[in-house]
Ligand binder design. Structure first.
Ligand code: ADP
Length: 526
């Protein structure tokens, strides 16, 4: 079998081919790449005809196509979407065989090989041919065929070189698609970020801005490119919201979502800040900060609080009146009257309303009056009292309550023990209520950086991310099938938040649906 003379090792043609192949690998436009593969190989091996058949779905965006080259003419795309390429070539022809076997074939005399299906305008009637797969990561993306009317035109070395080039082209095609997808994603991300009204800041471990959006740049007071690469501490200057952000970041610890409120006194704006840590390899953890302007919400909330406070006071008297008249009616009816059943229903409804008003008044009182009975108390005693009170609830539902609170010595905290105990009990009550029977709950308390950190972790249904920020609101109850059947008024967590914030502490929740929830708070010890 003869070898083409121009591919002799070190020949100028070989060097030219090498240079063209390496240039081909840098192409990021798939169409240019296809034309280059077919044109370069056809001219290097002096083929009279060449074709590149690309399979549909060989890469996500790739449609089936057939490109053809004839000596002296530019490469032509003669069929798109596979149309025009006869099925018989794929079924019993050479291209089909190469696709199925994933290896190249050399035909010294095409006329004598049954796999050489002659198709007018696509393949030569006879002569020699080389057909190789264009693959990447074990998948055949296309088939490249070179033809010549003379038998034994190509040799084994030609086939090896052609196979290598075709595979390089396969890898280049895959890279081109990957790059295109990345560019698309980048454009999508940029569009999302600029459309987002919330401020987004992504910081590296040294506090430098890696990414921000238009809202972030507006808060900082410079353009996005100016902000990127700068330390937030430098950008903060005298911006009071950014100063509060840095404070939140300094306090954010690993793997927790920190939420806090910030306020700009200059323009009376309120913000909700969420800080999450993120890691890139072994570097110090960075932070993702999202700041939402909640001024409008806060105003509405204030209005709601005022309405609730008014309602909780003003509804008591009419309720008392209803109870009074019901008692009078009861005196007027005979014991066997059906009216007694109606009166019972009224009493039950009144009881529910009074319970609600009591809760409201309690929250209102804790929120607005000076904290009473604040004293130095051993935190362990408060925990023990809460656990002792709640234990029967866990036992009744066959749940395990594990307490992890090993203090070497009495740990004194300045607090209203009664209220803090109630906060712990509310967390435990929810953990038991929302965790299925037989579940496990862990209450832990530890001193961290001079603060008492308390967490209650359950093995319940968890809370979807979009509702986590709302569970501490008054009357908020999540509407998911897991929790809807559970009795409650949506005030327990609000009470915890009010109590803890009155002690200058903070509450938080961390949860993943299906993986349970961890509710926590910290209290300053001093
Ligand atoms: P409720 O009286 O409804 O329990 P809370 O203020 O205690 O009121 O809780 C508010 C909402 O937060 C609940 O309705 C529930 O949807 C959700 N929630 C609270 N604790 C848990 C928990 N441990 N697991 C899952 N969801 C919880």
């Amino acid at each position: 079998m003869s070898e083409t003379p121009f591919l002799r090792s070190g020949s100028s043609e070989e060097l030219k081919l090498l240079a063209e192949v390496s240039a081909m690998l840098t192409l990021i436009d798939p169409d240019q790449l296809f034309e280059r593969v077919i044109g370069t190989t056809a001219s290097a091996f002096r083929a009279e005809r060449a074709s590149l058949l690309l399979f549909a779905n060989s890469l996500s965006e790739q449609k089936a196509a057939l490109l053809e080259y004839r000596a002296g003419l530019p490469v032509q795309r003669i069929a798109a979407d596979g149309a025009g390429f006869p099925d018989e070539v794929l079924e019993r022809g050479l291209a089909g065989w190469v696709r199925a076997h994933g290896e190249g074939v050399l035909l010294a005399n095409a006329a004598q090989d049954a796999r050489w299906v002659h198709v007018d305008g696509v393949t030569s009637a006879a002569g020699s041919a080389m057909c190789v797969p264009m693959s990447a990561q074990g998948r055949v993306l296309g088939v490249l065929t070179l033809q010549h009317s003379t038998p034994s035109r190509f040799g084994a070395t030609d086939l090896s070189v052609l196979s290598i080039i075709a595979n390089q082209a396969g890898v280049a095609l895959q890279n081109a698609h990957m790059l295109r997808r990345m560019q698309q994603r980048e454009r999508q991300l940029a569009a999302i970020l600029s459309a987002m009204p919330d401020v987004l800041l992504v910081l590296d471990g040294a506090g430098r801005v890696l990414l921000t959006n238009a809202a972030g740049a507006a808060l900082i007071g410079c353009s996005e490119p100016e902000a990127v690469g700068q330390r937030l501490s430098v950008l903060a200057g005298s911006n009071e919201v950014l100063a509060q952000l840095m404070d939140a970041i300094a306090r954010a610890s690993d793997d927790q979502v920190w939420t806090m409120d910030a306020r700009a006194s200059s323009d009376q704006h309120d913000y909700a800040v969420t800080v999450t840590t993120w890691r890139s390899g072994a570097d110090a953890p960075g932070h993702v900060v999202v700041v939402r302007d909640i001024t409008q919400l806060r105003d509405l909330n204030r209005f709601k609080d005022e309405m609730l406070s008014m309602a909780s006071h003003d509804l008591r008297s009419p309720l008392a009146l209803i109870v009074g008249y019901c008692s009078l009616i009861a005196l007027e009816v005979t014991p066997d009257s059906s009216i007694n059943a109606f009166l019972d229903a009224i009493y039950r409804a009144i009881e529910r309303m009074q319970g609600l008003l009591d809760d409201l008044l309690r929250v209102e009182k804790i929120r607005t009056s000076p904290l009473e009975m604040v004293e130095w108390m051993d935190f362990r005693l408060v925990l023990d009292a809460a656990v002792e009170h709640m234990r029967p609830f866990f036992d009744a539902r066959s749940q395990t309550l594990e307490v992890q609170a090993d203090f070497d010595a009495p740990t004194m905290v300045h607090m209203n023990g009664q209220l803090v105990r109630q906060a712990v009990e509310n967390y435990l009550d929810n953990a038991s209520k929302y965790t299925p029977e037989g579940g496990r709950i862990v209450l832990s308390a530890e001193l961290v950086d001079g603060r008492m950190k308390v967490t209650v972790a359950d093995s319940g249904p968890g809370i979807p991310p979009e509702t986590q920020s709302r569970v501490f609101e008054a009357f908020y109850r999540a509407r998911s099938p897991d929790v809807e059947g559970v009795d409650g008024r949506g005030l327990g967590l609000h009470l915890v938040k009010t109590v803890i914030e009155r002690h200058h502490g903070e509450v938080w929740v961390q949860s993943e649906p299906g993986k349970g929830s961890t509710f926590g708070f910290w209290l300053p010890v001093n």
